[in-house]
Design a protein around this ligand. Structure first.
Ligand SMILES: [Zn+2]
Length: 268
């Protein structure tokens, strides 16, 4: 990723923050903000070992999915990363789906989405302001884990997101980065957050289930117009503890609708 592309990504992330009227250091609730910005947010606990999220365009809807079996701060990163794919890779390339099994992939597209997430969650100017005003302008190269936990808490992000961002912005050198990573490995983030009286939810698994009404309406209307089989409807309704019988309609039974099945498979 060259310098001008980095700047382009930073500007896109900044304009999204503006659109979401983020006035604090971090997003209060990125899931709600994403919806206000026009994304359809789906959260579902598909299992700790499963994929992390996907970005998809479906009938003009911009869907972002996050696996809520991950701890909250990682799920927040997932949503930011998937929004990045929408802003950077979906509409502009004609792709309709990008799925993430992990965020370690070092190809260009993944690096860019990770960079977007970093800019969105922890913008450079806000981070520098926090260090100046809230951490007495201490040189980041003399930070310890508690300083990182404080930043993490203020920006509602993960410990790793903050560390990587500080390294990317060259606020810390790679020796310090490794040292803080090792400190995190030796002490749990929960303990850090406890000490600073931080938001412990960041380090917990929420297992939130959030399927937007608009998504369900769309599935139900497709079923009623006999565009999808009952099995697809049932799979969608399972996420909200309803059954297809609540929507009584004799529809096509056994034809497999590949598009729908693909979406639901990704949610399982
Ligand atoms: Zn990705």
């Amino acid at each position: 990723m060259n310098r001008s592309r980095r700047h382009e990504i930073e500007k896109l992330a900044d304009s999204l923050r503006e659109k979401c009227s983020v006035i604090d250091y971090g997003f209060q609730n990125i899931f709600e903000s994403a919806e206000k910005a026009g994304f359809v947010v789906i959260r579902y606990p598909v299992g700790l070992e499963s994929f992390l999220g996907f970005a998809m365009i479906k009938d003009g809807d911009r869907i972002v999915f996050s696996n809520s079996s991950q701890i909250l701060s990682r799920e927040i990163f997932s949503i930011a990363h998937e929004i990045g794919h929408h802003c950077l890779h979906l509409a502009s390339t004609g792709k309709i789906l990008i799925k993430d099994d992990n965020f370690q992939n070092s190809d260009e597209q993944e690096t860019e989405a990770n960079y977007f997430a970093g800019c969105l969650l922890v913008p450079q100017d806000k981070l520098e302001k926090y260090i100046r005003l809230e951490l007495n302008d201490i040189d980041p190269n003399s930070f310890n884990g508690l300083h990182i936990a404080k930043i993490q808490n203020a920006f509602n992000s993960s410990f790793d997101t903050v560390l990587i961002r500080m390294k990317d912005l060259r606020l810390i050198d790679s020796r310090k980065y490794e040292e803080l990573k090792a400190e995190k490995a030796a002490t749990t983030v929960t303990r850090f957050l406890n000490v600073i009286n931080g938001n412990l939810d960041l380090n917990r698994i929420s297992e939130s289930k959030k399927i937007p009404p608009v998504f369900l309406e769309w599935v139900i209307s497709n079923y009623q117009q006999k565009l999808i089989p009952k099995s697809s409807l049932e799979r969608a309704l399972r996420y909200v503890d309803l059954t297809a019988d609540d929507f009584g309609n004799e529809s096509i039974e056994d034809e497999v609708d590949e598009e729908f099945d693909e979406l639901f498979r990704r949610m399982e």
